[in-house]
Design a protein around this ligand. Structure first.
Ligand code: WTA
Length: 665
């Protein structure tokens, strides 16, 4: 990998000048039950204690959960390996469901679901109480057992945003099966790769998924994946869209047939705290996505605790929490399902697009369901800004109390718009920095305590020892960029990359000894607030979705016309980062717009539509150093239209640069 300078794409001056501070408002206190952490003094003393005495701090919190057998030790740590609540046994499904029912809240609403299509009587809405959710979970759990799924088996889930997706997660967790959820926007190739890597024999899917009024052919994609891997033995399909699908009598099972007639009680497996709960594939610096391993006890405690403090979740106060992420990403895992249900605040799940049937759909949902906490991504906020203020203005958003953002750095303009237009200048914004690997929030404001500054994710969460260091692990002075690291273990940290110990160590633990390197560049300001400056590896953040540039390059060169490809990020108004691809072609291949379209479609087939390049430039050769490395930094400058100030003395062929610049797409 080329040595990237930290945050080379970022204009540091603009963020250094940011001096607007927003104190936490007092108003939200009474409406959602008072701030759980109400002042900076309280935050600081809690944070200090959590670092000095992690065993006491996390042990006390964990004892509020249900354990079949108590743990022997809160944490064991020998970098890079940690064990949390070792010796204890529990089940996260129990803590999401029975825990509420046993406390007398079985009839409370656990999950609210809204479908995308809008009929004459409005959209379809389903509300499930903890009791109903438990019964459905048990039926599916028994159904899965009946087809031979058991403890430790990996179940691949490729579904739309339907209640059964959450039910599938809870059912797997209940019987000790490991789920591996694949975002519905990924292609058949992507499914097959992940199924192969995890040796998963069972896939749960839907006939289709609703997206902006069209049907995403989920089952067709699974069928195509089955042709590419020999691992899949059973496919369970939920009918949602009524689209035409092929059914294979030996392999495919109708979801309804699997669950009907099943007992609605199913004992929870007693899971070891360190038993695997799920795998979630994410992009890294190489072409191959990595299966991030999360385990049971620590993940359960961390996600529920962060959800509680960061969104100020207080049960019994008519709160309705809505996270707009897809469950196919970690945000949906942690902050739609697992972190929410243990807090006994209803979690809202919306099936479809933000602009269907109109651009005001989200605000219509907020108004109708009286959403109190709203959590979305900067890319969505930028799209709302573009669509115009008239859409939120049509709706009563006065129920909102806390606004969240996640997935990529939020530009101050988007932050201010969110604050003014959506939050009416009274809702604190929690800008939460975390990753698939961290499992839960790491650096974030607490809404009743932390003064916020547009663009900064502010301060570490309780128990988190985050720092900015140089390659030697020495802390950087204020306002000097460096590597974002975490120096102490936290409960929901990744336990590994599935089946690849070496890559785990190489990726996260080799750059600075004994510290978790996040892969982000960042700085702290004079106040100690963190500012994320962007990835320092070959990962780009497209609309808040993580993609490896190498993945897109491999997809491009897998096309017979492409000889070589280099992919870099470029600024994009809505997506934050767009994808720029530079390709050299085989002899006699005509470089035209038709070929661009063809290659875009090819990438969508190989990875998924989210990976389609926004710009493709053809070139006779790629700029390389004398040692043959592609000069990505230079390509980034070209893609973003910057005048190149980089040292180009090692460039092999200066004319390449000039030629690339000449091309207008
Ligand atoms: C970026 C998503 C700035 C960051 C939860 C990180 C952010 C990557 C923020 C992880 C934020 C996430 N501010 N950057 N609040 N949140 N990121 O694994 O680069 O999909 O490393 O997890 O997103 O993306 P992932």
């Amino acid at each position: 990998m080329e040595g990237h300078a930290v945050a080379e794409n970022q204009d540091i001056r603009s963020v250094l000048q940011e001096d607007r501070i927003f104190e936490p408002p007092a108003e939200f206190d009474s409406r959602i039950g008072g701030a759980l952490v109400g002042s900076m003094e309280q935050y600081r003393s809690m944070h200090e204690r959590s670092l000095e005495d992690p065993e006491g701090f996390w042990g006390e919190i964990a004892s509020e959960f249900h354990w079949f057998k108590p743990w022997e030790k809160v944490v064991e740590w020998s970098a890079p390996d940690c064990r949390w609540f070792d010796g204890g046994t529990t089940n996260i499904s129990w803590n999401c469901l029975e825990r509420q029912i046993e406390a007398g809240h079985g009839a409370d609403v656990a999950l609210i679901w809204e479908g995308e299509p809008v009929g004459p009587n409005g959209p379809e809405i389903i509300e499930l109480t903890y009791e109903q959710l438990l019964k459905q979970t048990c039926r599916l759990a028994n159904g899965l057992k009946s087809i031979g799924v058991g403890r430790g088996d990996v179940v691949t889930i490729y579904m739309g945003m339907v209640p059964e997706l959450a039910i599938a997660m809870l059912a797997c967790a209940r019987i000790g099966a490991v789920h591996s959820i694949i975002f519905g926007g990924f292609s058949a190739h992507a499914i097959a790769d992940r199924v192969d890597d995890a040796r998963s024999k069972v896939v749960l899917t839907c006939d289709g998924g609703w997206r902006r009024g069209s049907v995403v052919p989920l089952k067709d994609n699974v069928d195509a994946a089955c042709e590419m891997t020999s691992h899949i033995e059973k496919v369970v399909m939920l009918r949602r869209c009524g689209n035409q699908v092929q059914l294979d009598a030996d392999r495919d099972i109708d979801w309804h047939d699997l669950v009907s007639g099943q007992d609605d009680a199913c004992e929870c497996e007693h899971m070891e705290s360190e038993d695997m709960l799920f795998l979630l594939y994410t992009s890294g610096s190489t072409g191959k996505p990595k299966g991030i391993v999360h385990t049971t006890g620590g993940y359960m405690v961390h996600t529920a605790t962060t959800a509680r403090y960061v969104f100020n979740l207080v049960p019994g106060r008519n709160q309705v929490y809505w996270c707009t992420a897809d469950i196919g990403w970690v945000t949906g895992h942690s902050y739609i399902v697992y972190g929410l249900l243990p807090n006994r605040v209803p979690t809202l799940m919306y099936e479809g697009a933000p602009n269907f049937p109109e651009e005001d759909r989200f605000w219509d949902i907020v108004q109708r369901h009286k959403v109190t906490q709203f959590y979305t991504a900067p890319t969505a906020i930028r799209a709302f800004m573009k669509w115009g203020d008239e859409h939120p203005a049509k709706h009563d958003l006065s129920s909102l109390c806390v606004l969240g953002t996640v997935g990529e750095p939020i530009n101050p303009e988007a932050w201010m718009w969110y604050h003014k237009v959506i939050g009416a200048e009274r809702c604190p914004i929690v800008d939460t920095w975390w990753q698939t690997e961290t499992g839960g929030h790491m650096i974030t404001p607490l809404p009743g305590a932390t003064p916020t500054v547009p663009g900064s994710c502010t301060l570490p969460f309780l128990g988190i020892d985050a720092a900015i260091v140089n390659d030697k692990g020495e802390e950087q002075p204020p306002n000097i960029g460096g590597l974002l690291v975490i120096r102490k273990p936290w409960p929901s940290m990744l336990r590994g990359i599935y089946g690849d110990r070496e890559r785990f160590i190489e990726t996260y633990w080799s750059r600075v000894k004994g510290m978790y390197t996040a892969g982000d560049g960042a700085r702290r300001d004079d106040r100690g607030y963190f500012w994320i400056m962007g990835r320092i590896d070959d990962v780009i953040n497209v609309s808040g979705h993580r993609l490896g540039t190498m993945e897109v390059e491999s997809a491009l060169v897998s096309h017979e016309y492409v000889v070589e490809a280099a992919v870099v990020g470029m600024p994009h108004e809505i997506k934050g980062t767009g994808i720029a691809a530079f390709c050299t072609l085989g002899p006699d291949i005509e470089a035209d717009d038709q070929l661009r379209d063809l290659l875009r479609r090819h990438v969508a087939e190989e990875i998924g539509a989210i990976a389609k390049p926004d710009m493709i430039r053809f070139t006779a050769a790629l700029p390389k150093t004398r040692s043959g490395k592609i000069m990505r930094r230079l390509l980034r400058d070209i893609a973003s239209g910057n005048e190149t100030t980089q040292d180009t003395t090692t460039l092999e062929d200066f004319t390449v640069l000039a030629k690339l610049r000449e091309q207008d797409e």
